[in-house]
Write a protein that binds this ligand. Structure first.
Ligand code: FAM
Length: 469
């Protein structure tokens, strides 16, 4: 299976899919006057032609055999989905519309005085394949601020949750309830034509992203205190407003961190649990609120987004067991005790990546710039030198290197957000950007209902009973 995956990855790399900007993205320059929706309307007919041509030329070509092991093995490496916003290479990591993390850090517009990319720009890039101008990004910030209010009944749902209910469960409930006002659901009931699906999907996708800071801020204050939720400021960018609603806007470093955080957590191609779930549920023409609510339930699992919470819990347990300035030997022993206890080392390993996650590296660089002497950062750095060796020696994990979740918690903690079980909500706010942009394109390109074939073990045995290989 590993050989198959590597062969497919090599062929994808050779074809340039992972390293070049795709399709319409390579040719169309951004129009300064266009809003995102107007620009999208220009791009859709070209992309429909692009997909038609790709299917005509390559539609009958094979990606290689499917092994029975892949049916049992969580479909690892099975080429099965189209996802335009980003492509993940096992060695190099993620590219958003063909651009690496350092490239988008360089190219995307920044806030005045800021150094990190604005997630508004990343969303524009995911949707159009184009780097937006500073003006386009400002317009997007204003548009999201204007859409940010959540209905009273959604506020009530959040307020009625017991503070002991995990923030991710509250988050998913609130997002699902937004479907009450879905433009897509309403248009469908009114008999909208298939060709027009993308318009109300776009409106829902924009509303979804815009409303997440109010939902996240309300959950945070209900669970951890912090008083009444302040209003969104239409002159501020998305991350600044999110920081304000969470009560951290007095820390410029935290606002910058959120800009980087949302950007790098936004999308990680289509096969991960949250992205694929959103696409799958959306394929039944469930509106973007229902689809993304389902994504959040997948993100809430400890092998996926909840790992950022698990990392901090694990680090704190380690500190209480072996002290704050522990030796490498003591850390190593603690890592072994985790493995011997039948648990995973959170924040390490990946289903696709085979090198250090560039999202980890981007956060490490942020830490080196803003908190080089922080003791918890030093522990994270110390662990980076120890865990891969232990995992290699243990001999099970295919990837011993750290993923995105190994580093995010330490940065949030540095700025005072030590409420670990809230961390995955921030991942969820970010992941909406990737899922929403793909949902828009799925409806624009007429993506069909997903319906792969399943088999029973009995059926597998019968199929191969009389075949020698
Ligand atoms: N610690 C201990 N064992 C690990 C491990 C780790 N960090 N990573 C993999 N393994 C084990 C894995 O449990 C499996 O054991 P069994 O054969 O007993 O089932 C074996 O190594 C082979 O697994 P794999 O093929 O290397 O990985 P998978 O593709 O099955 O799983 C992960 C990938 C991410 C679920 C796995 O590496 C893991 O559990 N990591 C820790 C949790 C984590 O950090 N998740 C976050 C991933 C992140 F990128 C995200 O989604 N946000």
């Amino acid at each position: 299976m590993a050989a198959l995956r590597s062969a497919v990855q090599k062929s994808v790399a050779r074809s340039g899919i992972a390293s070049s900007r795709r399709g319409f993205a390579s040719t169309a320059p951004a129009l300064k006057a266009a809003t995102l929706k107007e620009r999208l309307a220009e791009l859709i007919p070209k992309e429909l032609e692009n997909v038609k041509a790709a299917r005509a030329e390559h539609g009958k070509k094979s990606f290689g055999p499917v092994l029975v092991d892949q049916l049992y093995g969580g479909m690892r490496g099975l080429p099965a989905l189209i996802w335009d916003g980003s492509v993940l290479d096992a060695e190099e990591g993620i590219r958003f519309r063909g651009k690496t993390i350092p490239e988008i850090q360089e190219a995307l517009p920044k806030a005045p005085g800021g150094q990190e990319p604005l997630p508004e720009g990343l969303f524009w890039l995911l949707v159009t394949g184009e780097i937006p101008t500073a003006e386009q990004v400002t317009e997007l910030s204003k548009d999201w601020a204007a859409r940010a209010a959540i209905p009273d009944f959604v506020e009530d749902i959040i307020d009625r949750c017991p503070p002991t209910l995990h923030p991710m469960s509250q988050f998913s409930m609130a997002v699902t309830a937004l479907n009450h006002n879905s433009a897509f659901a309403k248009a469908y009931q009114n008999g909208i034509s298939k060709k027009e699906y993308w318009g109300p999907t776009f409106e829902d996708a924009m509303d979804l992203i815009a409303k997440l800071p109010n939902i996240a801020g309300r959950i945070f204050r209900n669970v951890y205190g912090g008083g009444k939720l302040p209003a969104i400021d239409p002159t501020k960018d998305y991350s600044h407003n999110l920081a304000t609603l969470l009560g951290f806007d007095d820390k410029p470093g935290f606002i910058e961190l959120l800009r980087l955080y949302i950007t790098i957590h936004s999308d990680h191609e289509g096969g991960n649990v949250s992205a694929h779930t959103g696409k799958l549920v959306g394929s039944a023409l469930s509106d973007p609120f229902l689809a993304f609510g389902a994504s959040l339930n997948g993100l809430a699992g400890p092998l996926h987004g909840l790992a950022n919470q698990e990392v901090l819990i694990w680090l704190r347990k380690m500190q209480s067991k072996i002290g704050e300035n522990a030796t490498d030997e003591a850390v190593k022993e603690y890592v072994w005790s985790t493995l011997k206890g039948g648990q995973v080392v959170p924040g390490y390993g990946h289903a696709v990546l085979r090198k250090t996650d560039p999202r980890y590296t981007a956060q490490r660089e942020f830490a080196l710039k803003h908190l080089p002497d922080d003791p918890l950062f030093k522990l994270v750095a110390q662990i980076y030198n120890i865990v891969p060796g232990v995992l290699l020696e243990a001999g099970k994990a295919k990837n011993p290197w750290p993923n995105v979740d190994a580093h995010s918690g330490v940065l949030l903690t540095y700025y005072g957000m030590d409420q670990m079980n809230f961390y995955t909500v921030l991942f969820g706010v970010s992941r909406a950007f990737g899922v929403a942009s793909q949902l828009i394109w799925d409806r624009a390109l007429g993506a069909p209902l997903e319906r792969p074939k399943s088999y029973s073990t009995e059926a597998i045995k019968k199929i191969f009973a009389n075949k020698s290989a």
